[in-house]
Design a protein. Sequence first.
Length: 125
Amino acid sequence: MSFWVSADQHVGFKAAYDRQLAPLLANHELIESSAPDQLQTEGICSHWFEDPSPSALSHKRQRLLQDPHYREILLDWGRVFGTARPGAPMRYSFEFHALRVDLPTEPPPLIPPRAPPQQEWDFAP
């Protein structure tokens, strides 16, 4: 889940997220990922969620998107943190991504080039 927030509003947004949205997400059983966020982009506050079942995560997402309290929060944040259009909800994205946390931290060892054949073959007729 990503929210477009100017750099000067990150601290205020984090406080609002923790106070208003985190409890609602917990009510919908959306659990933040324990993996560190390595894809940080200036102007975007991202929160990653994980679930062993992609279909369960999809159902949780649908329930959240239909929750009137969630929509109220987004409209309020649109006023507080600014939006592209007056009266519009805050700009956000809630998409699914596969995240691999078991990738090796070191590059694989180099494989030395194969030695040339010791014998030359004569294929002349």
